[in-house]
Design a protein around this ligand. Sequence first.
Ligand code: FAD
Length: 556
Amino acid sequence: MQKYDPSTEVDFVVIGSGAAGGVMARQLSQAGFSVVVLEQGGWGAFGHEQDYNKDELSNRYPADVDKLISDPNLHRNTFRRNAGETATRGGHNYGCVVGGGTVTYGASSWRHLPWEFNEASVFGTMAGTGIADWPISYAELEPYYTMAEWELGISGERIDTPFMAPMSKPYPLPPQPIKSSGALAKLAAGKLGLTVVPNVAAIITEPYKGRGACINCGMCSGYGCQTKSRSSSAVALLPDAVATGKCEIRANAYVREISTDRNGKVTGAVYIDKAANNREVFQKAKVVVLSANGTETPRLLLMSKSARFPNGLANSSGVVGKYLMSGNGGGASALFDQPLNEYKGCVTGAAVLDFVPNDVKGRGFYGGGRMTARGFTSPIAYGLSGVHGAPTWGVAYKKALIEQANRKMVLANFISQMPIETNCVDLDPEVKDAWGLPAMRITSTSHPNDFKAMEFFRDKSVEILKAAGAKEVWADNISDSRGGAHSRGTCRMGNDPKTSVVNKFHRAHDVPNLFVVDGSSFVTGGRNHPTMTISALAFRAAEHLAAAAKTGNVKI
Ligand SMILES: Cc1cc2nc3c(=O)[nH]c(=O)nc-3n(C[C@H](O)[C@H](O)[C@H](O)COP(=O)(O)OP(=O)(O)OC[C@H]3O[C@@H](n4cnc5c(N)ncnc54)[C@H](O)[C@@H]3O)c2cc1C
């Protein structure tokens, strides 16, 4: 791998190596620019993926053994419902390794639908929310969705339905098996007149670009993929970046500040080298691309305050960190008479699409969601989460475990969450992380509308599972999000610097050589599952940025 001395001014520093950072590193280095990627997580099994550990006990308990996901004991964060409360310890976490969240994600890869970019114009706004149109349209992003799908390797099947976005090119790979849960969802859909399709996933079902097809090992979401079949940033993007000879990836590099000069331009980033006794290093750069995810990106901007940027970098609008959307969920579970073998294959088999669009009048709430059919929980997690309707210990518990483990199906829903100004990420005034930096504080309460949406999806899930022939059905308690890896919206894009953080090409309004490219720039949240849109936005941003850099329109 190319190595740069930190004192060498590289063209681009990219902070974060996940869904967005991987695209930026690859596209910018392939365009001929020098790139240093600073990633706070470790290497994982980058380059020797066959070594990924599928043993649940040592992989997950204690949770930080493989260090693929951030550990709230170290990356401490706090949570409160509203500004009047004192925040207490939070459990927010996200992928934290070279490749970011894509190394362990479930890989559902849905496009936004066209109207998800201008919901304010199409459906109107709602009191207490910041619903607004994006400054870009679906038509502008469509070529980059296609690019992302073909560059990464996405499997799926587009049927003729208004519930899937129009596509200029089909998915490059056929869909995964829909699993028993998908077949049961289809059975119910036939009775209820619903639309069920195989899940669209960043998991290759045939050999693709030198990688092997998914072998349906079953230890999928939450685990590194031994066969490189999950199209993560670490296997589908970063090796290409390294192969250019222009890109260096630095793992264990925890950025604590984006530095600026007297003119208000970015000069590079200061990071803590976790692999070298936490010594501080300054990497000089002409341009900084911030792709640290929907919660760490605003935190880093807020930590990068200076005399010139007293409210945090790129925050003259005061919007950095606000409008956090982590997406709501919930659903229902069921037991069937027959074994379902859900432990095989990827996490989600199929999706019910009919409730994706808004139907404000018909359903009585704003928003919608995608219902996913699934079932498997890995053995220890299953044991710990408890069985249904049985004691949690002793002979009766063991009997219920045996009876239920292979007969359970879940409808897990990915539901919209309204952007609300007071739902935010900021710096906890008291708590520090393990490196002495201000801990992230999350403040969040969903809009009453979102609770109605969750109730609707819970009840709809029960109806579908009953129609599928379940012998017993039970619903989740309704509770809204407290953060998590789907977080977005915290540096919203827009044309007006007073109400947004970045412009439609992800350039910070306040800082000409700073680009924020990840889920933070979402204006509205879509129906959760943000990663395909993050990837498409990154391909678009990279193309624009490379062209601008070549003509000298950024500081290069
Ligand atoms: C178990 C799991 C399942 C998921 N399933 C799905 C799914 O099915 N579909 C879907 O759409 N999404 C899913 N997600 C969410 C998905 O992973 C994210 O939407 C996506 O990875 C976000 O991309 P990103 O580039 O914004 O950030 P990330 O991929 O999170 O990458 C950001 C990177 O920046 C690094 N970083 C952060 N701060 C700093 C700093 N200060 N210095 C240096 N590095 C830093 C982080 O360590 C991380 O590696 C899942 C996530 C998890 C964890």
